[in-house]
Design a protein around this ligand. Structure first.
Ligand code: SF4
Ligand code: SF4
Length: 462
């Protein structure tokens, strides 16, 4: 069947890209007007972040923490960028030295200094390896904030991009435009652009699922007895991981929980914090604490590890906050839940931001499944935040290493609990021409469960 191409009222294609002659007048056709309104809806909010003032970073605070680094170099073999580039300036120790020089005024924020700091994945593998307990994550965030301050308003595009990625409504409006841009050949053109980040952006855009408004409000429990929980759905993940959200709500409601997805929730702020906009991150955090305030000790459940880590650091750890995998592991399951066996080799990826291996334990419940930890899980896959856009060559190289491991381990399915890692693995697997599905653990669990049973009933001991 020939592929349909949309036309506007003028009969031109693609829709919305012409002006209709009407007598002596020229006026925009309806689709063009719709696009204009939509673009206005995107551009205006995207620019609002430019007006957000930057938090002043005290160089003294940065220097005090950096002084704890004794330059022993034990972190170097754990650093993905040092392993790739073998350059001291791309190691944790070298970056700390650069940050010290920046904060003390010995070095100015030159493009070279910026490059070495921008290459850091913020994976914090160095922090885990450091015997002196240096808070590298806090240091690099503070350094990025200093660099943003020194750049002033010279980097509006970066701010607009961050706003676009983190504002759920804005991101949704943009993804709604993607089919139009694709039909108009814009994405094809961008894929041929000389700029690698632009080409990468077009690649990611063509992988985006069809827009669906994120769920909000209360979904009642299917069975009685569990109480209620709150669900944090994030910003980009609410669009990219929509099947994960649906699977989670389905599973929890069948376990007897009413699931509340507050509509006013916003991005966790991790993207802003790691890109030098701590005040914007704090503003988002404040809004979320109001939205998720609850008089009852209801669990607040997260789906993506990076969001979880950011919320955990903001709240200074609360027992209410749990990843979906930890919650499922610690909650009794209905005795009527039965898994359909699945004969598959399932590699369990542990995102840099994860602190537990709950997914591995949960997946062992599926008969026939062979779950195993993906080797070299402590090395970042390159999908960290906006890294594939800002450092496409390094991101690609790190992604290719993971592809080698997937081939060696004869993986059928890869599970991961991070939106960035999911996008990175999917794009690398597609590029390598492999047939490996990438799923969130909850998607795989829900898929193998028969949730249509009418007699679900909770048991309170396992
Ligand atoms: S960050 Fe820690 S492990 Fe790395 S050089 Fe400094 S003290 Fe040593
Ligand atoms: S955060 Fe990761 S990439 Fe950055 S210096 Fe530490 S180990 Fe290297």
């Amino acid at each position: 069947m020939p592929r349909q191409t949309s036309r506007n009222s003028c009969g031109h294609r693609p829709a919305g890209w012409c002006r209709k002659k009407d007598g002596g007048d020229s006026r925009p056709c309806l689709p063009a007007a719709v696009i204009t309104i939509r673009l206005t809806g995107i551009i205006v909010p995207a620019l609002t972040l430019i007006t957000i003032p930057l938090q002043s970073v005290t160089p003294e605070q940065l220097l005090k923490e950096a002084d704890r680094c004794v330059k022993c170099g034990l972190c170097l073999p754990h650093c993905p960028t040092y392993r790739k580039l073998a350059n001291e300036a791309d190691s944790p120790r070298g970056r700390i030295a650069l940050m010290q020089a920046l904060a003390s005024g010995e070095l100015s924020p030159t493009p070279t200094l910026r490059l070495h700091l921008a290459r850091c994945l913020n994976c914090r593998a160095c922090e885990t390896a450091c015997p002196s307990g240096v808070s590298y994550g806090e240091l690099i965030d503070a350094a990025h904030a200093m660099l943003q301050q020194s750049a002033g308003i010279k980097r509006p595009l970066r701010r607009a991009l961050l706003n676009l990625l983190s504002e759920r409504k804005l991101f949704g409006q943009t993804t709604r435009l993607l089919p139009l841009l694709s039909r108009a050949g814009v994405l094809r053109l961008i894929k041929k652009a000389p700029s690698k980040p632009l080409r990468q952006l077009a690649d990611l855009a063509s992988e985006m699922p069809v827009y669906q408004p994120p769920p909000s409000g209360l979904t009642p429990a299917v069975t009685a007895g569990g109480g209620s929980v709150q669900l944090f759905i994030g910003c980009i993940s609410s669009q990219v991981d929509r099947p994960v959200i649906d699977a989670t709500i389905r599973l929890l409601t069948h376990m007897g929980f009413a699931v509340n997805v507050p509509k006013q929730q916003v991005c966790c702020g991790a993207l802003h914090r790691h890109n030098g906009f701590p005040q914007a991150a704090d503003r988002l955090s404040k809004q979320n604490s109001g939205v998720f305030a609850s008089p009852k000790p209801t669990a607040l459940i997260t789906l993506a590890e990076a969001c979880h880590k950011e919320l955990l650091e903001q709240t200074r750890s609360t027992p209410r906050l749990q990843t979906i995998s930890a919650f499922l592991l610690n909650t009794p399951w209905p005795e009527t839940f039965h898994f359909t066996p699945l004969k598959a080799r399932v590699a369990v990826h542990r995102p840099c931001s994860a602190s537990e291996d709950a997914p591995m334990t949960l997946l062992q419940r599926i008969p026939g499944l062979i779950p195993f930890l993906l080797p070299e899980n402590t090395i970042c896959c390159g999908g960290a935040g906006s890294y594939p856009l800002t450092q496409p060559a390094l991101a690609q190289s790190l992604g290719e290493d993971k592809i080698t491991l997937l081939k060696e381990t004869k993986t059928d399915i890869l599970v991961t609990s991070s939106t960035g890692c999911t996008l990175q693995f999917r794009s690398q697997i597609k590029r390598a021409g492999l047939d490996i599905e990438v799923l969130h653990p909850v998607e795989l669990l829900t898929r193998q469960l028969d949730l249509n049973s009418k007699s679900d009933k909770l048991i309170f001991s396992l």
